[in-house]
Design a protein. Structure first.
Length: 609
């Protein structure tokens, strides 16, 4: 999704804006631009394509210098990626950048057109710029204008605004789209995310939706609609620049996969007390879970896939009913929610628009909400009744890896807590499983990372194919769903995941000579049935690669072309096995020479519906 950076300070802002945009590249974008307050007024430089194209453009404009400016990376929603649709956008009295979607832009555009306004781009943002500019003409006060104009806008937004008659000053307002504000002794910053300000400061403000931020150099103020100044408390980043850099790895994705053992320990250890789950949340640690009704897990993409694993564990360990919903479906299907139900939202970023909307829906129905979130202070974290943080650290690669592992680990702890509270598992059994999660599994993931050469070899074979299938049963079918998403999103190879028993109900007709089929087996009790599935697809010519817990490989004769042995007992194997599937996806994309960290059409943080 779009990235915003703004600077007001004592130096030329252009290199600062470009560096800041560089740190936001992970969000996904297709064009970039900056606006600078130069000696001759505000000048805009923008272009379709990567940041390098913008850098080249700026080289031909030595006059692009000034101490106040905004920068933007655009992920196209309204209108194709093009120079003209890129941000910043201008009205006659202001220039702005925007992240989000203005849903009623067509109505506003019509109204502005009847007033004589004309438009050069196809974007909703240009309409917003001209609308705010129109309001400014009437009100004349920059802060009041933003509050008033925001009331007319439907949808989500974070705006960074420079009014042409307010030199050296940045204004910002947000609704449902992320935006932070920071200051040093000599400058003020606005940004979509923390990496953009990390080389300047580790402290930042997270303005809510009820304030306008005004920055003039290091003079930073927040105002409420009444005009009163609002004091916000600064938050401190608890990870450093290093954590947001590649540290010698060729890609963030590979680095983040290698961080999984640490991320797992960092997430599990603080959530254990005397060896059993403890969340520091009264409802979870007390008796609050005793009479819980249905648990609704709601999330998007990879986070939703973690929810599928969570459901399997909660139902298996605690025998409590769990529904898993895609957030964009949940919010529109008028879900049946009972007062004692619990809605669990899972999100790495905590800013995913559909997940946030699902959370608000659940709250509006009076149902208790629990968020499992990686970004401290993010919108989902702030709005949920309770939060369990995962401690994966910053995830920069678009394809989520370590965040999935810690989401699953948190759900497993939650399932064990439920099992204990409901008398379905002894304290000793809970303790043994918690210890495996904290001690053995990180080590097993580290050992799995040693399988890199074998996985790279398989990737070389896979890259030649157009279709790949993933099959498994039970928990393994959920690992297949996430493993195939990982491969398709970064290699662009068409992959499908199927419950192995479902194959012969139609899909097997797609298997032909040489079609790669990935088979996953961690479920010992279902191994024989999955092995029958291997025989079925091999009889149709499939090339079978079986990822299985080493104990399963020892016990059964597996008729696969290639076996990837996961060094973990069957019960612990799902998480390390996912590490291996993530590496397979990584190496396939790498071997195909693709942009592993920034796959086409995708954004890291999906802050629009
Ligand atoms: C895929 C991926 C996405 C996200 C999804 C939800 O690798 O990263 O499917 O999982 O967009 O994002 P969060 O977890 O930030 O809500």
């Amino acid at each position: 999704m779009c990235g915003i950076i703004g600077f007001s300070g004592d130096r030329n802002c252009v290199p600062i804006l470009l560096d800041g945009l560089g740190t936001l590249e992970y969000r996904g974008y297709d064009s970039a631009g900056v606006a600078v307050q130069t000696e001759c007024g505000i000048a805009v430089y923008k272009t379709k394509g990567r940041l390098d194209a913008l850098r080249e453009l700026l080289k031909t404009h030595p006059e692009a210098q000034g101490t106040c400016g905004v920068g933007h990376t655009r992920w196209a929603t309204h209108g194709e990626p093009s120079d003209i649709n890129s941000h910043p956008h201008e009205a006659e009295n202001l220039t702005l950048v925007h992240n989000g979607i203005i849903e009623n832009y067509a109505e506003l555009k019509k109204e502005l057109e009847t007033l004589g306004y004309t438009f050069v781009s196809e974007t909703d943002t240009e309409v917003a710029a001209k609308w705010i500019g129109h309001v400014y003409k009437q009100i004349g006060d920059p802060v009041k204008t933003l509050f008033a104009a925001a009331k007319d806008l439907r949808g989500s937004f974070a705006f960074g605004v420079m009014y042409h008659d307010r030199p050296h000053t940045l204004y910002a307002i947000r609704r449902d789209s992320p935006l932070i504000v920071a200051k040093t002794d000599t400058a003020g910053f606005i940004a979509s995310d923390i990496p953009a300000i990390l080389s300047h400061t580790r402290s930042y403000y997270r303005p809510g939706e009820d304030v306008v931020a005004v920055l003039c150099g290091s003079d930073v103020h927040f105002y409420e609609e009444s005009g009163a100044e609002k004091n916000l408390v600064q938050e401190t980043v608890n990870w450093d620049v290093e954590a947001a850099q590649k540290c010698g790895y060729p890609h963030f994705m590979l680095k983040e996969i290698h961080e999984e053992p640490d991320a797992l320990r960092r997430t599990v250890m603080p959530h254990l007390k005397d060896g059993v789950p403890f969340f520091g949340v009264p409802m979870l640690d007390g008796d609050g879970l005793k009479d819980v009704g249905t648990i609704h897990i709601v999330a998007c993409g990879t986070a939703m896939h973690a929810g599928l694993l969570g459901r399997a564990w909660i139902e298996r360990f605690a025998r409590i009913r769990v529904d898993v919903d895609i957030a964009s479906e949940f919010r529109y299907r008028n879900p049946v929610l009972a007062p004692n139900d619990l809605v669990v939202l899972i999100s790495q970023s905590g800013e995913t628009a559909d997940t946030l909307a699902a959370l608000r829906l659940a709250k509006s129905r009076g149902v208790h909400t629990l968020a499992i979130v990686n970004v401290v202070g993010s919108s989902v974290a702030r709005e949920a009744d309770d939060v369990i943080y995962t401690w994966a650290g910053p995830e920069i690669a678009v394809a989520s890896t370590k965040a999935y592992i810690v989401q699953c680990a948190t759900l497993r702890l939650f399932a064990l807590r439920l099992a204990f509270v409901h008398g379905k598992m002894s304290e000793e059994d809970v303790r043994t499983r918690c210890s495996a999660l904290a001690q053995e599994m990180p080590a097993e993931i580290s050992e799995t990372l040693q399988l890199a050469p074998q996985l790279n070899e398989i990737a070389r074979r896979f890259k030649e194919h157009e279709h790949i299938f993933y099959i498994g049963r039970g928990v393994d079918s959920h690992l297949c769903t996430e493993g195939s998403l990982k491969l398709k999103e970064i290699s662009y190879i068409h992959c499908e995941a199927y419950a192995a028993g479902e194959l012969k109900h139609g899909t097997i007709s797609l298997v032909e000579e040489g079609t790669p089929v990935v088979v996953v087996i961690t479920e010992d009790s279902l191994a024989e049935k999955t092995i029958s599935g291997i025989r079925e697809v091999r009889a149709r010519g499939a090339y079978v690669v079986c990822f299985c817990a080493s104990a399963v490989a020892d016990r059964y004769s597996i008729p696969a072309d290639e076996i990837v042995r996961i060094p973990a007992p069957a019960e612990d194997a799902p998480l390390p096995l996912m590490t291996a599937l993530q590496m397979l996806a990584y190496y396939t994309s790498f071997e195909m020479g693709l942009d592993v960290d920034r796959p086409r059409n995708l954004a890291k943080s999906v802050t629009v519906e």
